[in-house]
Write a protein that binds this ligand. Structure first.
Ligand code: GRF
Length: 187
């Protein structure tokens, strides 16, 4: 049995896509959802799906009092699906090679501190890029810098704004992210 721990700060559409993808699989379980925001949409998803969730504020993330709790799930993978806080080095060390993140652009461009949500898409549009996409990568001590696992591209259309581009990128994410996790689990 593979256990997944999902981290999210927002609406959680990627979390939902991962849950839906693995629902028919008896050998993969979303064991826990972590969020740093008490009003994040992802909490409604956790409740609706009957998946345990935990709120880990910025302060608590640094206190590291939850490391043994996470360990108790013996997770195969920790998946950052729109989690906005920097992961502390101790957490990376404990689960090295098992933490992956998704970024809504083609890294190494348009990554790093402050590059999240519409900031990313607005920067891509302002640069006049004809292509954008997604990057799934291992998490290390630097923001958006770990080894790339998978990238997928999509066009940037004339007349796109951050909303239309974000929508296209979300569709890419929802397709590739669960499948990328499934691939990594079989390795
Ligand atoms: C996604 O675009 C992801 O790439 C980024 O944050 C967004 C989260 O969206 N890291 P959602 O909460 O999964 O809808």
């Amino acid at each position: 049995m593979h256990s997944l721990i999902l981290f999210a700060s927002g609406r959680g559409s990627n979390v939902q896509a991962i849950i839906d993808y693995f629902r028919p699989r008896q050998d993969v379980q979303v064991a826990l959802i972590l969020t740093n925001k008490a009003d994040a949409g992802v909490i409604d998803i956790a409740k609706a799906e009957g998946i345990p969730f935990e709120i880990i504020t910025r302060k608590r993330l640094l206190d590291l009092d939850y490391l043994d709790y996470l360990d108790s799930f013996q997770p195969s993978m920790l998946v950052l699906a729109g989690f906005l806080l920097k992961i502390p080095a101790e957490l990376i060390e404990r689960f090295r090679g098992k933490i992956i993140n998704i970024h809504p652009a083609l890294l190494p461009n348009y990554g790093g501190k402050g590059m999240w949500g519409h900031n990313v898409h607005n920067a891509v549009l302002a640069a006049g890029e004809r292509l954008s996409g997604i990057s799934i990568h291992y998490v290390d001590e630097e923001y958006d810098r770990g080894d790339t696992i998978l990238q997928a591209r999509c066009p940037v259309h004339e007349g796109d704004d951050a909303d239309t581009l974000a929508g296209r990128i979300h569709r890419l994410e929802h397709f590739y992210f669960p499948r990328c996790i499934a691939f990594l689990l079989q390795e």
